[in-house]
Design a protein around this ligand. Structure first.
Ligand SMILES: *[C@@H]1O[C@H](CO)[C@@H](O)[C@H](O)[C@H]1NC(C)=O
Ligand SMILES: *[C@@H]1O[C@H](CO)[C@@H](O)[C@H](O)[C@H]1NC(C)=O
Ligand SMILES: *[C@@H]1O[C@H](CO)[C@@H](O)[C@H](O)[C@H]1NC(C)=O
Ligand SMILES: *[C@@H]1O[C@H](CO)[C@@H](O)[C@H](O)[C@H]1NC(C)=O
Ligand SMILES: *[C@@H]1O[C@H](CO)[C@@H](O)[C@H](O)[C@H]1NC(C)=O
Ligand SMILES: [Cu+2]
Length: 595
C-alpha cells in the first residue's frame, strides 16, 4: 500500500498547483466538483417523476399523507430507479480551503437520488477509494429496509465493507416518502464528503408552487477524518472535535487569515455561498437536511416564517416557526411564502451551529434572491431575534405531531440504556452505550451470522437480542453534559418524552406521539422511545460521527427466528468473500469502532 503520506503528499501538491495557478477565482468545479447544488443552475423538483406509466394520475393512486398508514400500505409501482455511484478521493475547496475529500461521482454533495413513493431504488456502488485504498459502505438513512435488512449499509452489522476496486449493488424499496440522505457508514468517512440527498415524492396535503429541493446543512472540517479520529482516540485525546466551518449546500466563505502559515494549504477568500431563487408571491418547499458530523443546526430565513410540514420521513401537522432546530441526521420539510419582499429583494438564509457543538466558525449563510433581484448583490436583511435557548433540544414535542395519527401501543418489553463517557485502561476516552463501548468486526456481519443461526457474539459488538418482542420501549439516560442525536435504523420510532433529568413516566400525546428516525437527547437528560420492531439487525446509535467512532452504538436483533430464515441474496456473502480476500492481503487499519 505504500506510506500514506509519501503517496498522498505528492498527489496533493500537484493537484493544488493545478488548482491555484489556473484560476484567480474559484470555479464551481474547484469548490464542489461536479455538484450543481447551491447554484442557480440547480434544478427545481417536480411533484413526482412522470417518466414511467402512471395508473391513476399519481403514482400513489388515492393514498394520502393524512388518511393512510404509511407503514402498512405503500404503492407497489414496480418502477426501478437506477443509479451508478463511484466513490473516489479528490481535492476540492468547498469554503476556499483545499482539502482531500471523498466524492460520489466527483461531486460534493453527491448526486440526488430521486424516486416516487413505492419505487425500487437500485444503486451500484463502485469503491474507487484508492491512494490509499479503503473499504466503504453506504447507509440509506431513514429507509425501513423491512424486506431487505441486509441492504442497510452498516459494516459489520448488515454487511462486510465493499473492498477497494470492487462493487456492490444495493436494492431496496422506497416504502416511505419525503426527504433524506445517504452517507458512508464506514468509520467517520462521511465527514470527508461521502454523502448526498434523497427525495422520495409522495402525497402532500399542503400545497406549494415550487420545490427548491435539498438544502444540506453541514459542519465542515479542514482535516481528514482519519487524522481527527486518531487524535481523538489517542491516549488522553480530546473527545471534543472542533469543526472549522458550516456549509449550506456545500458552500460558505472562510476567513483565510486564520489559517496558520505552517499549514501551507492554499486558501481562497472568494469561495462563494449558495444561492436560491424565490418567485414573488409563490410558496416554496425547502428540504432541510442536517448532514453534518456533529453540529446541531438552527435554520432560518430573515423575515420569513417557515411552515414545517414533515420531520424526517414523517408528515406533521403544519406549524409555523422562525427557526428549525436539526440534530445530525434529522430533516425538516418547510414551506416558505415569498411575500415579504419586493420582486428585487434579497434575504439571508442562515444556519447556525448551536452552542452545543464545538465549532470554530458556526454561522453559515446563503443568499435568497426574489425573481428580479440582482443575483450578484449582497442581501442586507436583518436576522430574526431568536436567541439560542442553549438546551440542545428539538422543537417542543407538544407542537410536533404526525399528520397520520397512530396511538402508542403497549410495549412488551422496556429497557433502560445509559450513555457514559469513560477512559479505558490505555487512557483512551470512549463512549459506553448500554454498558459497552462498541467495536465492530468488519469480517463477520451480525446479519449473516444470525442467518446461520449463530446468536452468540463477542461482548464488544454490543448486540441486544429482543427475541420475540416486537413492541420495544427504550429509556435512554444521558449521564453526561453533551447532547446526542439518537438514530435508530429501519424504523420511525415513537418519541414518548424528552427532557432534563430522569423520566417521570409522562408520555406526550399517547393518542398520537411524535415519530422520527433521529431525536436529540439533551445533556444530563432522558429520551424515551418505542418502536414496532421489524425482523432484522438494527443499529441504534448517536449520529455524531466522532461519538459513533468512539463506540456509541448498539445493534438490536428483532425476531431472530425470522432473521434465521431470511433468504439473503448471494451477493451479500460474495461481498464478504471479497472483503475477506482483500483484508488478508492488506492491513485494515481499524482506527475506531468501525462505524
Ligand atoms: C477513480 O479514482 C481515481 C483516483 O482518485 C480517479 O483518477 C478516477 O477518475 C476515478 N475513476 C472513476 C470512474 O471515478
Ligand atoms: C445566527 O447567527 C447570527 C450571527 O450571529 C445572528 O444574527 C442570528 O440571529 C442567528 N440566528 C439564529 C436563528 O440563531
Ligand atoms: C482502549 O481503546 C483503544 C481504542 O479503541 C484500543 O486501541 C485500546 O486497545 C484500548 N485499551 C485497552 C487496554 O483495552
Ligand atoms: C458465532 O460467531 C462468533 C463470532 O464470529 C464465533 O466466535 C462463534 O464461534 C460462533 N459460534 C458458533 C456456534 O459457530
Ligand atoms: C424480550 O426481550 C428481553 C430482552 O432480551 C428478553 O429477556 C425477553 O425474554 C423477551 N421476551 C420475549 C417474549 O421474547
Ligand atoms: Cu453523541
Amino acid at each position: 500500500m505504500g506510506s500514506f503520506h509519501g503517496v498522498f503528499k505528492g498527489v496533493v501538491d500537484t493537484a493544488l498547483a493545478v488548482f491555484y495557478t489556473a484560476t484567480a477565482t474559484l470555479t464551481q468545479n474547484n469548490t464542489n466538483g461536479l455538484s450543481l447544488l447551491g447554484t442557480l443552475l440547480a434544478p427545481t423538483l417536480p411533484l413526482f417523476l412522470t417518466n414511467n406509466p402512471l395508473p391513476d394520475g399519481y403514482p400513489w393512486g388515492k393514498l394520502t399523507d393524512w388518511g393512510n398508514n404509511q407503514y402498512s400500505e405503500y404503492p407497489k409501482t414496480g418502477v426501478v430507479r437506477y443509479y451508478e455511484f463511484t466513490a473516489s478521493r479528490g481535492f476540492i475547496a468547498p469554503d476556499g480551503y483545499v482539502r482531500d475529500v471523498l466524492l460520489v461521482n466527483g461531486a460534493f454533495p453527491g448526486p440526488l437520488i430521486e424516486a416516487n413513493w413505492g419505487d425500487t431504488i437500485v444503486v451500484d456502488v463502485h469503491n474507487n477509494i484508492t491512494g490509499p485504498e479503503d473499504g466503504t459502505s453506504i447507509h440509506w438513512h431513514g429507509f425501513l429496509q423491512h424486506e431487505t435488512p441486509w441492504e442497510d449499509g452498516a459494516p459489520g452489522i448488515s454487511q462486510c465493507p465493499i473492498p477497494p476496486r470492487r462493487s456492490y449493488r444495493y436494492e431496496f424499496i422506497a416504502s416511505l416518502y419525503g426527504t433524506s440522505w445517504y452517507h458512508a457508514h464506514y468509520s467517520a468517512q462521511y465527514t470527508g464528503g461521502l454523502l448526498g440527498p434523497i427525495v422520495i415524492h409522495g402525497p402532500t396535503q399542503q400545497k406549494y408552487d415550487i420545490d427548491l429541493g435539498p438544502v444540506m446543512l453541514n459542519d465542515w472540517y479542514h482535516r481528514g477524518y482519519s487524522d481527527l479520529v486518531k487524535e481523538m482516540l489517542a491516549p488522553n485525546g480530546n473527545p471534543k472535535v472542533y469543526s472549522d466551518n458550516n456549509l449550506i449546500n456545500g458552500k460558505m466563505h472562510f476567513d483565510c487569515s486564520t489559517v496558520s502559515p505552517r499549514e501551507k494549504t492554499p486558501c481562497a477568500k472568494n469561495a462563494g455561498i449558495s444561492k436560491f431563487r424565490f418567485q414573488t408571491g409563490k410558496t416554496h418547499r425547502l428540504r432541510l437536511i442536517n448532514s453534518g458530523g456533529d453540529g446541531v443546526q438552527r435554520f432560518s430565513i430573515d423575515e420569513h416564517t417557515l411552515t414545517v410540514i414533515a420531520e424526517d420521513f414523517v408528515p406533521v401537522k403544519p406549524y409555523k416557526t422562525s427557526v428549525v432546530t436539526l440534530g445530525v441526521g434529522q430533516r425538516a420539510d418547510v414551506l416558505v411564502k415569498a411575500d415579504v419582499g419586493k420582486p428585487n429583494s434579497a434575504f439571508w438564509m442562515r444556519s447556525n451551529l448551536t452552542s452545543c457543538s464545538p465549532a470554530r466558525q458556526p454561522n453559515a449563510v446563503a443568499a435568497v434572491y426574489y425573481d428580479r433581484a440582482d443575483t450578484s448583490a449582497t442581501p442586507s436583511s436583518r436576522a430574526w431575534n431568536v436567541p439560542d435557548p442553549g438546551n440542545c433540544a428539538n422543537d417542543d414535542l407538544s407542537i410536533t405531531e404526525p399528520l397520520y395519527p397512530i396511538p402508542l401501543p403497549k410495549p412488551s418489553f422496556t429497557q433502560a440504556m445509559d450513555i457514559e463517557l469513560y477512559k479505558n485502561a490505555s487512557d483512551v476516552t470512549l463512549w459506553k452505550f448500554n454498558g459497552v463501548s462498541m467495536r465492530t468486526d468488519y469480517n463477520h456481519p451480525v446479519m449473516l451470522l444470525a442467518n446461520e443461526g449463530n446468536f452468540s457474539y463477542p461482548a464488544e459488538w454490543n448486540v441486544v437480542n429482543y427475541h420475540s418482542n416486537t413492541s420495544i420501549r427504550i429509556i435512554v439516560n444521558n449521564r453526561g453534559p453533551v447532547a446526542h442525536p439518537m438514530h435508530l435504523h429501519g424504523h420511525n420510532f415513537y418519541v414518548l418524552h424528552e427532557g432534563p433529568g430522569e423520566w417521570d413516566g409522562t408520555i406526550v400525546r399517547p393518542r398520537n406521539p411524535h415519530r422520527r428516525d433521529v431525536y436529540l437527547v439533551r445533556g444530563n437528560g432522558h429520551l424515551v422511545i418505542q418502536f414496532d420492531g421489524a425482523p432484522g439487525i438494527w443499529a441504534f446509535h448517536c449520529h455524531i460521527a466522532w461519538h459513533a467512532s468512539g463506540g456509541f452504538l448498539a445493534s438490536l436483533i428483532v425476531e431472530p427466528k425470522k432473521v434465521e430464515h431470511m433468504d439473503i441474496p448471494k451477493d451479500v456473502e460474495q461481498n464478504c468473500r471479497g472483503w475477506e480476500l482483500w483484508s488478508k492481503h492488506n492491513v485494515v487499519d481499524q482506527i475506531d469502532s468501525g462505524t
